[in-house]
Design a protein around this ligand. Structure first.
Ligand SMILES: [Zn+2]
Ligand SMILES: [Zn+2]
Length: 250
């Protein structure tokens, strides 16, 4: 089962990266809808799309507006947007205000159910709350082929309240906005720094850790000191745009 990183940074795009969007092309599931969403048509293999939003900050939702042009060129049977109800309302009221964007794309807004969210091809998603200004949610997604967790935006600690929710997943995709010397800034802004994310991954006994949502203000190829993370949790990768991974048997 393929995982394709359409966009990997937070806040705003830079010359290397677009903002977050992670696609499971074979099942038609997209995690967040940042500017990287413009790459969706290159990879999507299904006629339906389920978009799971962590929250409604602009770097995670602006790509929803790009869907209008995409479905004009290649109609989809359904596009469902899953998020907490208040976030969906904010998107309807603000992002799809005629003053900001002329025509609402054909989306179905689906507030997250209290328990499990069923997904195509026998998949399920469980969500859990994350501490972040305005609130966010993380997801644990499971298919017979493999299991992953997606956690952004929040402040990682080895005792994070969502530790049990991510325990033992094969792949943990986690935000890492700041390097260690900006740990205090990470705490103040509701983001994570390198060592804390690596320690959390070790504590949760995940198979591998992929870091996303780095500070786009740093144009360095490695803005968060990957080697420091690897000394704590060796199976760590720094995501780059259009990185592809394989989950489970393939
Ligand atoms: Zn963000
Ligand atoms: Zn945010």
């Amino acid at each position: 089962m393929r995982v394709v990183f359409l966009g990997t940074t937070g806040y705003h795009p830079n010359d290397r990266r677009h903002t977050l969007a992670v696609l499971l092309p074979e099942v038609g599931v997209l995690l967040d809808a940042g500017t990287g969403l413009f790459r969706l048509p290159r990879y999507l293999q299904t006629s339906q799309l389920d978009i799971l939003l962590s929250h409604a900050h602009l770097d995670h939702v602006v790509g929803l507006t790009y869907l209008l042009g995409m479905v004009h060129r290649r109609p989809l049977e359904a596009i469902r947007v899953h998020a907490q109800e208040a976030k969906l309302q904010a998107i309807e009221e603000h992002l799809f205000s005629e003053l900001l964007f002329p025509v609402r794309p054909p989306l179905t807004m689906c507030p997250l159910p209290p328990a499990e969210l069923p997904l195509p091809q026998g998949g399920t998603a469980r969500w859990f709350p994350l501490e972040h200004p305005g609130g966010a949610v993380g997801y644990r997604l499971r298919w017979p082929q493999g299991e992953l967790a997606y956690v952004t935006d929040t402040t990682a600690t080895p005792e994070a309240p969502y530790l049990e929710a991510i325990r033992g997943v094969e792949l943990l995709i986690h935000e890492c906005y700041f390097p260690d010397h900006e740990a205090e800034l990470a705490r103040r802004t509701g983001h994570s720094h390198t060592s804390a994310v690596a320690r959390l991954a070790a504590e949760a006994e995940v198979g591998q850790l992929v870091l996303v949502h780095m500070d786009p203000g740093s144009e360095a190829e490695d803005p968060i000191d990957l080697n420091r993370a690897r000394r704590i949790f060796p199976a760590t990768t720094l995501a780059h745009d259009e990185l592809e991974l394989s989950l489970g048997s393939g």
